[in-house]
Design a protein around this ligand. Structure first.
Ligand code: GDP
Ligand code: MG
Length: 439
């Protein structure tokens, strides 16, 4: 999706003046891009119509920056289709808030349930209880229990011999007794929507009267995800959607269609298998991401979560003073390692997200270890004043770290580039959309 859109927009941007025909051509490209990304046909039609009307409006074409304005219109329209604003999780007036997770088998219900429990625990200081309501796959209960242990959230289970409805009944009683403020109900899924499953889910719904019924859909399944969302919503009247597996090579199209087709907000997105890989869904950020600007805000938020606050302030100071040295570099490496797989992060950086050079790019964790070994072989003076690193010192460092001299040289060069880049950032050389999309 992104590549095609970016090409279309790039073409437009290289023109100074934009004609109505140019707009039509771009709209044709956008239409194709959306269809290719599995966006629902009707959604595409409305979308293209709205953008075209706004873009052809006399003011846009006569302005000095028509291309930018069209990008903005596309961006705004994408945001609108996805619901404009983030919709928060409902909260019951009286505890507990009951959340029921539904969806097809393998969509990510159980994983998402545990991720959400962890989020509530860390961000809201909540005391959630998870109920193991999937009795059809024996491994499902083990899976939930093992996740529960990992995130230290209790799991209510009665094994596989009691009916799910009864399990939920007793689970709710247990939550009332222990005063849990959130109850999260895991349910079974099937490969396809079927009546028996729906009847069971409807029974659980009637009993538990959940504040939220979250439908989990796998973003990788494209159009099918939309069909599934439609089906579940018609039968259960869900309150929100969680779009999982947006970390993979995913067609973002599902995000666009689901809101439009079901009318229900996407509340969260799953972006990985780790328990911390669940993010609030922000339509504007997703729009930017689809347009290839990279999800900078999510990245920044992620960095803020994982970075040591004090270190971050220090680092800003250093960037301002341009006194970033190898000790800081080492700190950064360690912070980055803490943040999880680097290729996840890199994908979110504007300009890098769709850089063809990085298409198959992956940073090996081993590489970080090597870089650390090299820095650790430097003397304190060398770390603070990288300029003193002459060839003989470099040879000594290579020998000391057990890495080839070429690698040491490459690393120092990268360090200098990074330093330069930081210096640029700190000077505010970091303009919005135009720069990011402009090349
Ligand atoms: P369920 O059958 O709906 O309960 O699905 P599970 O929670 O068991 O998840 C199925 C698989 O998808 C598991 O291997 C999960 O680790 C994986 N999964 C779930 N959410 C995500 C996600 O956001 N990203 C990725 N990459 N994998 C996910
Ligand atoms: Mg499950």
């Amino acid at each position: 999706l992104t590549e095609r859109l970016q090409n279309a927009i790039g073409k437009l941007k290289r023109k100074g003046k934009v004609s109505e025909a140019d707009v039509r051509e771009v709209m044709r490209e956008i239409r194709l891009a959306l269809l290719e990304a599995d966006v629902n046909f009707k959604v595409v039609k409305d979308f293209v119509k709205n953008v075209r009307e706004k873009a052809i409006g006399a003011k846009v074409l006569e302005s000095l920056t028509p291309a930018q304005q069209i990008v903005k219109i596309v961006n705004d329209e994408l945001t609108k289709v996805m619901g404009q604003e983030a919709v928060p999780l409902s909260k019951a007036a009286k505890i507990p808030t009951i959340i029921m997770m539904v969806g097809l088998q393998g969509a990510g219900k159980t994983t998402t349930l545990a991720k959400l429990a962890l989020k509530l625990k860390t961000e809201k200081k909540a005391r959630p209880l998870m109920i193991a309501g999937d009795i059809y796959r024996p491994a499902a209960i083990d899976q939930l229990q093992s996740l529960g242990q990992q995130i230290e959230v209790p799991v209510f289970s009665l094994g596989t011999d009691t009916s799910p409805v009864e399990i939920v009944r007793q689970g709710l009683a247990s939550a009332a007794e222990k005063k849990n403020d959130y109850v999260l109900i895991d349910t079974a899924g099937r490969l396809q929507i079927d009546e028996k499953l729906m009847a069971e889910l409807a029974q659980i719904k009637a009993l538990a009267q959940p504040d939220e019924i979250l439908l989990t859909v796998d973003a990788m399944t494209g159009q099918n995800a939309v069909e599934v969302a439609k089906g579940f919503n018609e039968q259960l009247d869900v309150t929100g959607v969680v779009l999982t597996k947006l970390d993979g090579d995913t067609r973002g199209g599902a995000a666009l269609s689901i809101r439009a087709v079901t009318g229900k907000p996407i509340k969260f997105i799953g972006q990985g298998e780790k328990m911390t890989d669940l993010d609030v869904f922000h339509p504007d950020r997703m729009a930017s991401r689809i347009l290839g600007m990279g999800d900078m805000l999510t990245l920044i938020e992620k960095a803020q979560q994982d970075f040591d606050e004090k270190k971050a302030v220090e680092m800003q100071e250093k960037m301002r003073e341009n006194s970033f040295d190898f000790n800081d570099f080492l700190d950064q490496m360690e912070q980055v390692q803490k943040m999880g797989p680097m290729d996840d992060l890199i994908k979110m950086i504007p300009g890098l997200a769709n850089n063809p050079a990085l298409k198959n790019f992956q940073i090996d964790e081993k590489q970080i270890t090597h870089i650390k070994a090299i820095v650790l072989s430097m003397t304190p003076q060398e770390r603070e004043q990288p300029d003193v690193l002459n060839p003989s010192r470099r040879r000594r460092i290579a020998a000391g770290s057990g890495r080839p001299i070429q690698e040491v040289n490459r690393m120092i060069k990268q360090f200098n580039q990074m330093k330069k880049m930081m210096n640029n950032f700190s000077k505010g050389n970091f303009n919005g959309m135009e720069n990011m999309l402009g090349n």
